[in-house]
Design a protein around this ligand. Structure first.
Ligand code: SF4
Length: 469
């Protein structure tokens, strides 16, 4: 098998800038500089923030949660929901007063909001106390931006969006020592009509398989027990790589790493979910017995208007194919209620799909328009109030399904990973590979280990006991 090499590594130039930032801070009398990273939105952003923290550490900053103690505050923003943007502007606005108390404070805004022209203009013109703004494809240049600003240069605005290269080996600060993310691709080519992501994250770019494998091996060697592979559409991984390694093959390669650990992935797109992928999921014992497959609507007409490029029938076929291979697989999904032009009859098709699939859990959203997307310009005659009534109907159905599903798990045994302490004294939370959390009486020393646990009780939450380590 040929594996390509040759992605650019973290530029030496940025390390030099990071060193220069250290010296500059010392020169300015900031002996123990502190940085506060505020992250909004999805796991991709959380993963980006881990790299931002890695670069900040390289510059000599220590992390703090307390904005008032920080010498550097960075907002890593999300553009998916318009009303969430107001919250970001409010929080950025509040730094004006902090700057009065700490004249050396640097404020930066990055992420998907920063990538939008209108936002960048607004910040440039109305938020003069924001020192640095940068987009989603130049994050690795943070040391350079900080150095330029610290050296008395102009405010930095950098939103280039045609960078095809994926920069490898950016320093990373993963706080959690049990589970961690590996981004396998960036951007999205799908242009679902309600979504802003393709406009702010650029076209799909896959990391080279050998880089991903190297990172996965390092994590496993470092004691990580769960690896989450990240991308806007992981199922189309590798389409832009000439080495023929697609997502199914990548899963098999990571599964081949020695040791007991789990592989998760997020997010899958039904149009790119193949039989080859389902075969790989069945064959790879480290890949979770869970598939998050957003269906968004149960109506083929609405799916077409959303530009999802699959039908209700294709979606249900995928569910059936997956269940044939993995009878106990847990499905989770995303659904939008009240897409522009959706009728009640079409909404009922969503309800019937939910009833047929029986999802273990659902992420449900009432459609909210996102400026700059085609759906925001579509006629939308159904009122928000009416959509709220539909939404409640959906929630009621899902709650009933979920309760039955959850109750049916009592008495079953699962291999769990102890991930964190439980609210109950002397208990840990063990997660199954179908992403169910079970509270188990267990010593804290078992954190980060696996055990077989039988579910003994369900009263809204699961309780269980260890039967085998
Ligand atoms: S697949 Fe669709 S919903 Fe997902 S990020 Fe791409 S455009 Fe947005």
């Amino acid at each position: 098998m040929s594996i390509l090499t040759g992605s650019p590594t973290y530029p030496e130039e940025q390390r030099v800038y990071a060193e220069a930032v250290r010296s500059k801070l010392l020169e300015n009398g900031v002996l123990t500089p502190k940085a506060c990273v505020i992250t909004y939105g999805c796991q991709q952003n959380v993963s980006d923030s881990q790299r931002i923290k890695g670069m900040l550490s390289l510059m000599g900053y220590q992390m703090t949660e307390d904005r008032e103690k920080a010498d550097f505050i960075i907002f890593n923003t999300c553009a998916v929901r318009e009303h969430a943007e107001d919250r970001v502007f409010g929080n950025v606005g509040a730094t004006k007063n902090l700057k009065k108390e700490n004249r050396g404070l640097i404020v930066a805004v990055c992420g998907c909001m920063a990538q939008q022209k209108t936002v960048a203009e607004k910040i440039k013109n109305s938020y003069p106390y924001v020192d640095i703004l940068f987009g989603t494809q130049v994050t690795h240049r943070l040391p350079e931006f900080v150095y330029k600003r610290l050296s008395g240069g102009k405010r930095v605005f950098e939103t280039e969006l045609d960078n095809k290269d994926i920069i490898e080996d950016v320093p990373i600060d993963r706080e959690n020592k049990i589970k961690g993310f590996i981004p396998i691709m960036y951007g999205c080519d799908n242009f679902c009509t309600y979504c802003i992501v393709p406009y702010v994250r650029g076209r799909e770019r896959s990391r080279k398989a050998d880089e991903i494998l190297k990172e996965a091996k390092q994590m496993v060697a470092g004691g990580y027990k769960e690896i989450m592979l990240l991308g806007q559409n992981v199922n189309s991984y590798g389409k832009d790589n000439p080495d023929g390694i697609n997502f199914a093959k990548l899963l098999r390669m990571i599964n081949g790493i020695d040791g007991e650990f789990r592989i998760r992935f997020m997010t899958s797109h039904p149009k790119d979910c193949t039989e080859e992928l389902l075969d790989a999921m069945r064959d790879c014992e480290k890949v979770e017995n869970h598939l998050h497959l957003p269906f968004q609507s149960g109506s083929s007409r609405v799916l077409k208007a959303m530009n999802r490029r699959y039908t209700r029938e294709k979606y249900l076929y995928l569910i059936k194919s997956a269940r044939e291979r993995m009878p106990d697989i847990a499905f989770t999904s995303d659904v939008i209620v009240g897409f522009p032009g959706e009728t009640y009859e079409e909404f009922k098709e969503t309800l019937s799909l939910i009833d047929e699939v029986k999802f273990a859990s659902l992420f449900t959203f009432i459609y909210s328009p996102r400026g700059g997307t085609p759906a925001a310009a579509m006629p939308d005659p159904v009122s928000r109030k009416e959509k709220g009534v539909w939404f409640d109907e959906l929630i009621k159905l899902q709650e009933k399904i979920q309760k039955e599903y959850d109750r049916g798990l009592v008495g079953k045994t699962f291999r769990v990973l102890f991930e964190e302490t439980a609210p109950e004294e002397g208990c840990l939370i063990g997660k199954t590979d179908t992403i169910i959390n079970i509270s188990v009486k267990a010593d804290e020393r078992l954190l980060g280990t696996f055990a077989d646990v039988i579910i003994t009780e369900y009263d809204g939450t699961f309780k269980g006991k260890i039967i085998n380590k």
